[in-house]
Design a binder for this molecule. Sequence first.
Ligand code: F6P
Length: 372
Amino acid sequence: MSMRVGILTGGGDCPGLNAVIRAVAKSLMSQHDATVIGFEEGFLGLIERRSVELDWRACSGILNRGGTILGTHNRANPMSYFGAGGADVSDDVAAYYHELGLDGVVVLGGDGTMSICHDLSQRGMRFIGVPKTIDNDLMNTDRTFGFDTAVSVATDALDRLQTTGQSHSRIMILETMGRYTGWLALHAGIAGGADLILIPEIPYDIDEIVRVCADRESRQRFTIIVVAEGAKPRGGDMVVRELIEGSPDPMRLGGVSGVLRLALESRLDSEIRTTVLGHVQRGGSPTPFDRVFASNLGAYAASLVASDTWGRMVALKDNHLTSVPLEQVAHQTRYVPRDSTLVATALAVGASFGDPDLDLPLAALGDSVKYE
Ligand code: F6P
């Protein structure tokens, strides 16, 4: 009997989801004569019994399309279903899964989604995860798809802020997403030549930021600051925008650029302007890198399914496609190491992290350093 494989996209969307859906479905249909069933709106489709067969036509012309043709939902959790007062409906989900005669489900998601898969695996369902998030913060993979596109959007924003900031001799602050990690701000900051890169992993000292800006006021006359939404001052907290009831991770960050502007305004002569990039970073067409990467991840996920390997997430490690057990990803976050090559590189090209004590010569990292 030919295989029957489910697929769903969980949590927040990101560019490249459709490229993965296409690669998984086309590989399984062409090489293994499989039937592929897509669940609508992430785990909500499994809970509410909403699925659709993905045939060749459904997977055609979607490689370059942003978002997800299946839809997603960032509050749908079978262990705590908001539509049933937070009840555990995982037994019903397992029943539907078995009624559909599935061999397993390929799930595209971040840490919240991988954690749900891990929990559902204990109830007899089988999953393969594919690492999705613009935050690049999933444990045990060097990269997630969607990240490159978000970096490219944020870099473009920095380039644009630089020309207008330079014309007006202003301090321009760009706030990026990234949740509790600074991967996005750090990559975009290096790519866009930011003068200050503020990330959660390196709490900033406001006096040091004032010093860098004042120094630039006297010479270059403009300053570009990229701040991750999760950045915080030494001894202080992240800026929380809102709490989303029922979400696996209810905290939504945002507003640190405004806080920073207020703290700097009275101490510097230049005008300061802030830009919060928001969901622009998540929308639109994936970059060529993300299209290729997403296709690789999807085809590799299909090959694991075909070899009856389950309970793992596809990963990129040291330039190899591989897979890791879901429990090594679930409920975890991959932070930027303070002694990362990227931090050393940014310092080497003159960027500041707003920490006067941070000193990390690349040479101190040894002969061979991990490229991040
Ligand atoms: O995890 C992806 C992400 O875009 C984060 O960078 C951001 O903090 C969060 O999701 C925003 O979530 P929402 O789409 O619910 O506002």
